[in-house]
Write a protein that binds this ligand. Structure first.
Ligand code: THU
Length: 137
């Protein structure tokens, strides 16, 4: 079967969004990661009554993929009901910079899935902190 394209990945993120657990903000977000070999791993945001424990869709997808043994991510799609699509928060940009540094990020509004904006992880978090330097003091 052909490898998933940009539209397929956005569709997968839109489907994952339906499983968001967002009783507080009501803002549902879905994310889908594409591996080099063409596999798709998804996630959606999960909120907590202790608001700060909330985890964004992007990180749920990333943790899901990493703990399933996936690496070599080439793209992530993120979908929410937001004009132009949802932009990943700083925390998610950090994790993406560490584990998907070469990926492109496609974002779309859930009401207009064919309008897709493209960013790169590198562009979203320039000069990222990606490894802890050795410190022998
Ligand atoms: N959220 C995401 O899942 N991804 C984003 O890119 C932006 C924000 C979630 C976190 C929280 O559940 C809700 O959206 C409102 O901030």
């Amino acid at each position: 079967m052909a490898k998933p394209n940009k539209r397929d990945l956005v569709r997968a993120a839109a489907k994952a969004r339906q499983r968001a657990v967002a009783p507080y903000s009501k803002f549902k977000v879905g994310a889908a990661l594409l591996t080099k070999s063409g596999q798709i791993v998804t996630g959606a945001n999960v909120e907590s009554a202790s608001y700060g424990l909330t985890c964004c869709a992007e990180r749920v997808a990333l943790f899901n993929a990493l703990t399933a043994g996936k690496r070599d991510f080439v793209a992530m799609a993120v979908v929410a009901r937001a004009p132009g699509g949802p932009m990943p928060c700083g925390a998610c940009r950090q994790l993406l910079a560490e584990y998907a540094p070469h990926a492109v990020v496609w974002v779309a509004d859930s009401r207009a899935l064919r309008t897709i904006e493209e960013y790169s992880v590198r562009g979203l978090l320039p000069a990222a902190f990606v490894e802890v330097p050795e410190d022998s003091d």
